[in-house]
Design a protein around this ligand. Structure first.
Ligand code: NDP
Length: 321
């Protein structure tokens, strides 16, 4: 496993990390979650991603128990605050939400602090200056080492930086955007300059577009797969995409990779990406996906241009999940 710096924080994260969305608490029970975390850790994964909203808090509980087996200084863990339930003050980024949401997350995880805490989405009802003040307060209280954003536009992230500088507060250190062959614009065109200056780290999500980029949905929705259950995620299972995925599979095979491995390695080719957060429901999937880094390292620029050419005609940015 290779490790990359998270922007200018100095923190080292495994270039492939492991997330818990849909899987923990929905598809996998405690025994399986613990096995997946231990397996990932044994293969060099040191970053585990979660959120308060995943399985309505259950994912944090399951991840917390699984992490108890590991030395605290050897792993990096994150959670995300935004959706804390229904009713007044249960959603968004106002100070009450952020402070109380973070406390509740730490309690579920059984930790004194997380390493990274994200604002899971931008909040149109809370001023960015308020968010920066609240996150600075939480850093000072020791609830997390660094704070960041998820699915914020570059303009919103820049505003947070400027606000922190003006008010002598703690700036965001990382952003968590979706990044895969079907959704690439925000990372490559918007956020990339911020990675150079002031040095934002990127922890990217859904490298396989929920599994679509494995090719497993070419002939329908296999029993037990994510898209069999989560019908609302099927938007990108359209013939045009399936055709591209098929071509990706043929090209990947020439390079000795599976379709999934090529899709994951494609994300890693960009130096702005600090870590690609994988999802997996079995150790076999995890092993296949973790091998992508090494296999992809042997591919040259001409190979990635051919991959880009396959997907060039698609315009699915608006379908980001
Ligand atoms: P992927 O796009 O990689 O999808 C993962 C799913 O695809 C797996 O759970 C599995 O589902 C299937 N899969 C994975 N590998 C294989 C394989 N080799 N062969 C066949 N099927 C495979 O990632 P996720 O969508 O899970 O996102 C990764 C992480 O990113 C999340 O866990 C979460 O931590 C984070 N995230 C963050 C978001 C944000 O807003 N900040 C939003 C979404 C995710 P199955 O076996 O059920 O078919």
């Amino acid at each position: 496993m290779r490790y990359r710096r998270l922007g200018i924080t100095g923190l080292e994260v495994s270039e492939l990390s492991y997330g818990t969305w849909v899987t923990f608490g929905t598809q996998l029970d405690q025994t399986h979650c613990t096995r997946m975390v231990q397996h990932a850790f044994s293969r060099g994964v040191n970053f585990f991603d979660c959120a308060e909203v995943y399985a309505e808090g259950e994912a944090e509980k399951l991840l917390g128990v699984a992490l108890r087996e590991l030395p605290r200084s050897d792993y990096v863990v994150s959670t995300k605050i935004y959706w804390g339930g229904t009713g007044p003050n249960k959603e968004g980024l106002n100070r009450k939400r952020l402070v109380e949401g973070t406390q509740a997350s730490l309690q579920r995880l059984g930790l004194t602090h997380v390493d990274l805490l994200y604002c899971h989405r931008p909040d149109p009802h809370t001023a960015v200056s308020e968010v920066v003040r609240s996150m600075s307060l939480l850093v000072q209280r020791g609830c997390m080492h660094w704070w960041g954003t998820s699915e914020w536009s570059a303009a919103q992230v820049r505003e947070a930086f400027e606000c922190a500088e003006r008010l002598h507060l703690v700036p965001p250190s990382m952003e968590q955007p979706q990044y895969n062959l079907l959704t690439r614009q925000r990372v490559e065109q918007e956020l990339s300059p911020l990675c150079t200056n002031p040095g934002l780290g990127l922890t990217t999500w859904s490298p396989l577009a929920y599994g679509v980029l494995t090719g497993k949905y070419a002939k329908g929705f296999p029993t037990g797969s994510r898209l069999e259950k989560e019908v609302w995620l099927r938007k990108r299972c359209i013939p045009e995409v399936q055709q591209c995925v098929k071509q990706l599979g043929a090209l990947a095979a020439q390079a000795g990779m599976t379709t999934a491995q090529a899709a994951i390695a494609w994300c890693l080719r960009r130096s702005e990406v600090s870590t690609v957060i994988l999802g997996a429901t079995s150790t076999a999937q995890l092993d296949e996906n973790l091998a992508a880094a090494e296999l992809g390292a042997h591919c040259d620029g001409a190979f990635w241009t051919r991959v880009d050419d396959i997907f060039a005609g698609l315009s699915l940015e608006a379908e980001a999940g």
